[in-house]
Design a protein around this ligand. Structure first.
Ligand code: PLP
Length: 353
């Protein structure tokens, strides 16, 4: 009889395709910077994150006064909500979108106002504009949107921004921006340059592969960025996160490689889904929403039993769908064969006749 330990070693490690992480990990430069900084973790990090904020300001052709670093873009959004949303105020967001918006809004005593996506799974900015009322303090636009992987156009964003009243702050969450970068993607930071009251959130968790270090930032008008920095307090971002982020920004080759791989594997995934007659939402990001019909929670449990973790659409109010992260080519092949084994085809046919 084989020893228990040996048997457990034979089980392939689970494929983690449920959190839109980067399968290539951080750049070699970032890893080296982390290694070098390890010997100094007995020291506090740079108190006010100034060097990293300066570096980001140069990247975005703004002054450092426009940038506020934080423990993940989620951490920055939390500070913004605490600052801008008195109890009883409202924040508008799309539905389905990133579920943590609703959680955070409730946490600060606010009321979430959910505006359904368009039938083609994109933000309905016209309806979101109509939903603005006297109690609205924030409008959150997730662009590209998690979980549908679709984006709003520059034209739509321009028309929306022109009608936002001054008491409302617009937040554009660009966690997946780098995957979609291209002429059709609106450049929200341009609106900050034009003096509009808007916060753009970016993260090092996705294309830079540094999710575990918790580092992200907001770009905003100087008075808003100053408020975020003040609320963040001293020593809020670890030294390892700061050095890794700076090194990651210096390694454009790695970002390019991540994007190329993502596009290639996403296209392989979509071709495999097309071949099998499975419906999915065309995505500009590193994840794809797939129509599986029926009980997506049971399906994701079956997939998990064969070592593949994906996200059930039900978590986003999309029953009958599942969201899979684009991994490497080999990981994606493994996902597709597991999916084909676990799917209940009668439910798929009922959902997509
Ligand atoms: C749309 C969106 N915004 C923000 C985040 C959180 O990012 P961070 O790791 O920077 O807190 C995520 C994480 O998955 C996300 O999908």
């Amino acid at each position: 009889m084989k020893p228990v330990l040996l048997r457990s070693l034979e089980v392939p490690s689970p494929l983690e395709l449920d959190s839109n992480e980067n399968p290539l990990g951080p750049s070699r430069r970032a890893s080296k910077a982390i290694q070098e900084a390890l010997s100094r973790v007995n020291r506090y990090p740079e108190r006010d994150c100034f060097a990293t904020e300066e570096r980001l300001a140069r990247l975005h052709k703004l002054s450092a006064s426009h940038v506020a670093l934080g423990p993940g873009s989620f951490g920055v959004l939390r500070l913004l909500m605490e600052a801008c949303m008195p109890a009883g105020s409202e924040a508008i967001h799309a539905e389905p979108s990133y579920p943590m918006y609703r959680v955070l809004i409730h946490k600060v005593g606010g009321t979430p106002v959910a505006v359904p996506l368009t039938p083609d799974h994109r933000h309905d900015l016209v309806a979101m504009g109509h939903a603005i009322g006297p109690a609205t303090r924030l409008v959150i636009i997730c662009n590209p949107n998690n979980p549908t992987g679709r984006m709003v156009s520059s034209e739509e964003l321009d028309a929306f921004m022109d009608q936002v009243p001054p008491h409302v702050m617009v937040v554009i969450d660009e966690a997946y921006y780098e995957y979609a970068e291209g002429p059709e993607l609106p450049n929200a930071i341009d609106w900050i340059r034009k003096g509009h009251n808007l916060v753009v959130l970016r993260t090092f968790s996705k294309v830079h592969g540094l999710a575990g270090l918790r580092i992200g930032y907001g770009v905003a008008q100087p008075q808003v960025a100053a408020m975020l920095r003040q609320m963040r307090g001293p020593f809020a971002v670890t030294s390892l996160a700061q050095v890794a982020a700076q090194a990651a920004l210096d390694d454009r080759t790695h970002v390019a490689a991540v994007r190329v791989l993502n596009e290639q594997v996403r296209s392989e995934l979509c071709s495999a889904l097309d071949r099998e007659g499975l419906h999915y939402i065309p995505s500009v990001t590193n994840f794809v929403m797939i129509r599986c019909g029926g009980d997506d929670v049971s399906l994701t449990e079956r997939l998990s039993e064969v070592g593949v973790r994906v996200r059930p659409g039900t978590e986003y109010g999309m029953r009958g769908w599942l969201r899979v992260t684009v991994g490497t080519s080999e990981q994606t092949q493994r996902f597709v064969s597991a999916l084909l084994t676990c799917l209940d085809w009668s439910l798929v046919r009922a959902a997509c006749p």
